[in-house]
Design a binder for this molecule. Structure first.
Ligand SMILES: Nc1ncnc2c1ncn2[C@@H]1O[C@H](COP(=O)(O)OP(=O)(O)OP(=O)(O)O)[C@@H](O)[C@H]1O
Ligand SMILES: [Mg+2]
Length: 458
């Protein structure tokens, strides 16, 4: 066993690793340098080992060298990106983690592990360029337009009317807006409407979905790049610059990598952006609207959305209710989409049967308004009918009500009982004795039912 893990064997093994490894002692003298590190730096190992770090890397200083910093502070530095020209004159980008080596609290030296990401960087630059050529809108070269206005948001539900009113007021300001709603609830409609009702309506409106691109690319797209950084890279304005004077809509903000979120936070604080590879910052005047389809508080709790950013973005916060919580709008939305599809498909459907409306009212609409719209479009395009009947609906709508009706008396009673106990628990703030008194049942019975229905504090 001892032989297997001998120092010599370990060092040999390190030579096969596709990451550069540097070890220095606490005086800054290079003690170990693996094969891959030679390749990254473009120098021979014998010319390096035994010499002081600053002698080998004259461009570094005590302050800028991560290895020397770690020796000084005793604290590791993780995932620091570095770009430099190596001994062969090649421009190299690495991601480094530097860790102190300690014995009983005393710093003996430090090790740096470097991943060569030069090619990844170059490739992502190329992808940015190609994307902007292929999809001018997506990569932010062309102009997009905000299609919808508040008139396109159909609905008389009280909460929806209240939200429209707030949105209209929000449109007059430059404050960031954060919109939360399940998929298909109409977030995009609200964003367009706010832009179109704002003083920025004749200025650019630009959308970027943060879940659509890998981190690296998203950063270049948002902030832009400056020529010369990497082979093939061109000067490219980021979306912030393209949206200058107008509105930038960042969809699915919860998918933005955390590191980029802190850059976004800085832009929100001072309005300055810095393109990748650029040293100066540029001032931009952009109104930011963001959207998420998971509750933002949950995104914060789960570590997907930085708390400080959340507060900045949520100056005006919106929660669009799911369709199942505004059923009173189902009839007008249904009629609206029937009219819309009649026009589009040149048909003359007049409405839905009473039974279909009942099914609609009971349906959970997990895809929300979009699901309703798609359903109506599908039915109208397939059938030439006057009224939409149950038989025209896809099978999942027909099965639902049957199974509802199959409910046994016991199931119905149990469902009711569960709800009543839950309500009582809430009213008594989960105090068991109080709840039992409210319900006029013995404590033991209550406890049994709580565990039977698995009732928990909500
Ligand atoms: N209140 C509404 N009135 C009219 N049409 C609506 C309404 N809400 C949603 N729609 C329709 O539903 C579709 C989906 O809306 P939208 O794209 O705004 O959803 P979203 O919340 O952005 O969803 P996702 O999270 O999936 O992006 C739109 O094409 C629009 O036509
Ligand atoms: Mg959307």
């Amino acid at each position: 066993m001892e032989d297997l893990f001998s120092k010599e064997n370990i060092l040999n093994i390190l030579d096969y690793i596709e990451e550069g490894i540097h070890i220095i002692d606490n005086n800054g003298k290079i003690m170990y340098y693996n094969q891959f590190a030679q390749r990254i730096d473009g120098i021979e190992r014998d010319k390096v080992v035994g010499r002081h770090l600053l002698e080998v890397y004259p461009s570094l200083t005590h302050e800028t060298s991560t290895l020397l910093t770690v020796i000084r502070t005793g604290k590791p530095i993780f995932n620091k990106e570095q770009t430099f020209i190596n001994y062969k004159g090649e421009r190299i980008t690495t991601i480094n983690s530097t860790i102190p080596i300690k014995d009983k609290g005393k710093i003996l030296g430090a090790v740096e592990i470097s991943k060569d990401i030069t090619q990844v960087r170059e490739m992502s630059e190329k992808i940015v360029d190609l994307q902007s050529k292929l999809y001018p809108n997506k990569a932010g070269e062309g102009k997009e337009t905000a299609k919808y206005t508040f008139l396109d948001i159909i609905g008389q539900n009280k909460e929806m009317l209240r939200l429209k009113k707030i949105a209209l007021q929000a449109a007059k300001t430059d404050a960031p807006v954060l919109i939360y709603g399940e998929t298909g609830t109409g977030k995009e409609l609200f964003v367009h409407s706010i832009h179109n009702a704002s003083p920025r309506k004749d200025k650019p409106f630009i959308t970027q979905n943060c879940a659509a691109l890998p981190a690296n690319l998203l950063e270049s797209i948002l902030f832009g790049t400056v020529k010369g950084g990497f082979t093939g890279a061109e000067d490219k304005h980021g979306l912030f610059q393209l949206a200058n004077g107008g509105t930038l809509f960042l969809d699915e903000i919860n998918s933005m990598p955390l590191e980029l979120q802190s850059k976004l936070l800085r832009v929100l604080q001072d309005g300055n952006i810095r393109p990748i590879g650029e040293t100066k910052s540029i001032h931009v005047d952009v109104r930011i609207i963001t959207a998420t389809n998971i509750p933002p508080e949950k995104a914060v709790k789960d570590g997907l959305l930085r708390k400080d950013l959340y507060y900045r973005l949520n100056v005006i916060g919106f929660k669009i209710p799911p369709l199942r919580e505004r059923k009173d709008d189902i009839p007008i939305l249904t009629q609206h989409f029937i009219d819309k599809m009649n026009k589009k498909l040149n048909k003359s459907v007049t409405g839905v049967s009473e039974e279909v409306m009942e099914i609609f009212m009971a349906h959970p609409w997990e895809g929300n308004v979009r699901e309703l719209e798609n359903l109506i479009e599908a039915v109208i395009s397939i059938f030439d009918i006057e009224t939409i009947d149950k038989k025209h609906l896809p099978s999942k709508f027909r099965k639902k009500t049957q199974s509802n009706r199959k409910y046994s008396l016991r199931e119905i009673i149990e469902e009711k009982e569960k709800n009543i106990i839950q309500k009582a628990l809430e009213e008594a703030e989960y105090n068991i004795s109080h709840t039992a008194e409210l319900l006029k049942i013995p404590r033991q019975t209550l406890q049994y039912k709580i565990s039977k229905y698995n009732l928990k504090r909500q």
